[in-house]
Design a protein around this ligand. Structure first.
Ligand code: IVH
Length: 671
């Protein structure tokens, strides 16, 4: 009996490994996510009944349960070297000459050119085909043991495919995060007010050193491998090694090329450079390696870099220009953000005349002053940033940047909370705040009043036509004033007034978001609107009642309380109510005894039969709940195509996973 179980466990592990390989390495799955999950669940069940058969290479063992307190030091078998950089064709010719000088005259030299992935390097050690240690580079001699975290990366095989002679070996490669994933996670962090990461590399480096492997597993890290060292077999060439890595089941970046001479190398480097901006991940150059392993050994290393390889760094997306002025912008919540006004300069496809300086600490750290010549860069994000100051070009009379003591817009004193870097203008009636709030109120995701943009709001506020949200709905009584405005004819006035009237149809959740309560983003507003069916319930609730709403924490609840404690806010809400804006949810007809009542669903992956919103609405209308994250309280995970971490979490917690088809069957009788 147990023999049978063990056999089935082995079978399942093999199958799942194959499917992981097809999905994560070949990007060509042959089974549905659902089938995969079912097999994984079967394996989990068998393993939980027979823990004696659990092995470290089992696909169920990617996410460990324990937190890492310290990352143990790991001595590298051979030092993890870095590369010397070249920036021009001349330097590449010099490199070629040095290589030739180091070898016999008659020797033929070939090079392999690869992309230089902008990530974090790791060393992976396999014994008997099984991953035993993953370590960071550290100082090149001693790194840190990050095995539990690296195991969660699906493109890292826990057990390799069989290849004779390749049982125990070391692989090195680069862990990275794709740009789209980075942007998505960063913007989610922005919405919840969490610290943002500067670029995908920092994010990757931060993630690899997290203590909780579950969080690491939830971040879409990937790996490209570029180095193989076996203790048994020595290939003749690096090119063969890359092929071997592919055969063993590792992810190898496909853009590597064998070049017969340095001219071919240069041509290919240029080709990679033009490809650079259309890649889903960031690269910062090319790596050129002597192909023959024997020649590599003859050439050896100098200090910390090999003589047989070099990096060719692409021109940074960097330019230098003059910083004319630092201005302090006041946002809708009163936060002052320093912005650099620059002498316009062309960089990576567009002209740049402004850059964000984030906050005063950043200015101090980089000692940025008005009149400086600065190096600016376009990173993973669209807004350019200032990298550093060219100090040797600093004018003699330059003065250190100080934060303003008064609000540059309204002149009132500023406030700096003790443990924050931000500075605030606390005057609610500061025209910059008024404009910011109104702009947010009218914006697409909020009241969606088309035509009421920046320029018009500026004018209306400056002329004293509007100062709060309710005034927008009074504009219809001021038509004779509006008509006097330049470039604002009868037709555009009517269009605007119609858009304003139409906005009254926006649902409660959008109205709540439009109010601009600090930390209440569109997602939080929706959750609050679903929970508190009208604004009065929310106004009258205390912090703990607000925090009972799924995923609403203390900073949001405090901020909501503060907002409603302000009499002026309440009076604006009263006026808006009189105007007919929606301050309660539609009384949803909730059916009872549906079998879905009080059940919590999590939606994941791409749904094909309906949109996420439709599925959520359906669940809510049948008395169920929808949550964004999987926990023990989840009853069902509705999984579409390409479902990721939520699915693995659900499997881990033994939560029922249903397909769209099964969901349809569940709700069918209520349609
Ligand atoms: S080879 C001795 N190949 O660049 C060989 N490195 O600046 C050293 N890197 O520490 C590594 N892509 O983290 C190599 N295709 C690639 C690479 C690559 C990125 C990183 C690696 C290394 C750093 C050196």
């Amino acid at each position: 009996m147990t023999d049978k179980v063990q056999q089935r466990i082995e079978e399942l592990k093999e199958l799942l490994r194959k499917y992981e390989y097809e999905y994560y390495i070949l990007a060509n799955p042959t089974v549905s996510d659902y089938e995969f999950d079912m097999l994984l669940k079967e394996l989990e069940k068998l393993e939980s009944e027979h823990p004696e058969f659990i092995t470290s290479d089992s696909p169920t063992q990617r996410v460990g349960k324990d937190l890492t307190k310290i990352f143990k030091p790991v001595q590298h078998q051979a030092p993890m070297l870095s590369l010397s950089n070249t920036y021009s064709e001349e330097e590449l010719y010099d490199f070629d000459r040095r290589v030739k000088d180091g070898l016999d005259e008659s020797e033929k030299i070939e090079y392999v050119v690869e992309m230089k992935i902008d990530g974090v390097s790791v060393s992976l050690k396999y014994t008997d085909g099984i991953l035993v240690t993953a370590a960071t580079r550290g100082d090149g001699v001693v790194g840190e043991d990050v095995t539990t975290n690296v195991r969660t990366i699906k493109s890292v095989p826990l057990k390799v495919r069989k290849l004779k002679g390749y049982e125990s070996f070391e692989v090195r490669g680069e862990i990275f995060m794709e740009l789209n994933d980075f942007k998505k996670i960063n913007s989610e962090r922005a919405e919840t007010g969490e610290k943002l990461f500067a670029n995908p590399r920092n994010f990757t480096a931060g993630t690899i050193k997290l203590q909780d492997p579950k969080i690491v597993a939830s971040r879409p890290l990937k790996i490209f491998t570029y180095y193989l060292l076996s203790s048994n077999i020595q290939s003749e060439t690096h090119f063969q090694n890359l092929r071997k890595l592919e055969e063993l089941g590792f992810n190898v970046n496909k853009d590597y090329k064998l070049c017969r001479n340095i001219d071919e190398v240069i041509r290919y480097c240029r080709q990679l450079e033009t490809k650079r901006h259309n890649l889903p991940f960031e690269i910062d150059g090319a790596v050129i390696k002597v192909n023959s392993i024997r020649q590599q050994q003859v050439l050896g290393n100098i200090a910390k870099a090999p003589r047989w390889a070099v990096a060719f760094k692409f021109k940074a997306k960097e330019a230098t220009t003059k910083l004319n002025k630092i201005v302090w912008q006041v946002g809708r919540t009163g936060t002052l953000t320093p912005v650099a006004e620059l002498e316009p300069v062309f960089l990576a496809g567009s002209t740049i005349s402004r850059a964000t300086l984030h906050n005063i600490d950043e200015i101090k750290r980089k000692d940025i002053r008005e009149g400086d010549i600065v190096a600016i860069e376009k990173g993973g994000d669209v807004i350019p940033k200032i990298n550093y100051v060219l100090l040797e070009q600093r004018p003699n009379d330059s003065i250190e940047t100080k934060p303003p003591a008064q609000c540059p817009v309204c002149g009132s004193d500023l406030f700096k909370p003790e443990n924050e870097v931000a500075i605030y203008c606390e005057n609610h009636l500061c025209s910059a705040q008024i404009k910011g709030r109104l702009f947010h109120f009218a914006s697409r995701g909020a009241m969606d009043i088309s035509g009421l943009g920046d320029a018009l709001i500026d004018q209306f506020v400056d002329l004293g036509f509007i100062k709060n949200y309710a005034d927008i709905y009074e504009l219809k009584n001021q038509k004779e004033k509006l008509i006097l405005l330049e470039r604002f004819g009868e037709k555009s006035i009517n269009n605007l007034l119609k858009a304003i009237e139409d906005s009254k149809e926006q649902p409660f959740s959008k109205v709540l978001f439009a109010l601009g309560i600090r930390y209440v983003g569109s997602g939080a507003a929706k959750k609050l609107a679903d929970h508190f069916h009208n604004i009065d319930d929310l106004i009258n609730s205390d912090e703990s009642e607000i925090e009972a709403v799924h995923e609403i924490g203390p900073s949001i609840s405090k901020s909501i309380r503060k907002f409603f404690a302000d009499k002026q806010n309440l009076s604006v809400i009263e006026s808006l109510k009189r105007e007919g804006l929606r301050f309660s949810g539609e009384a949803k007809k909730i059916k009872t005894s549906t079998g879905i009542e009080n059940k919590t669903f999590v939606l994941t992956g791409t749904l094909s039969l309906f949109t996420r919103e439709e599925a959520s609405d359906k669940i809510l209308s049948l008395g169920g709940k929808v949550s964004s994250s999987v926990s023990k309280k989840t009853d069902f995970v509705l999984a579409g195509e390409n479902a990721g971490s939520k699915l693995s979490k659900a499997t881990e917690l033994g939560i029922k996973i249903i397909t769209e088809q099964e969901f349809l069957e569940m709700i069918e009788q209520w349609n």
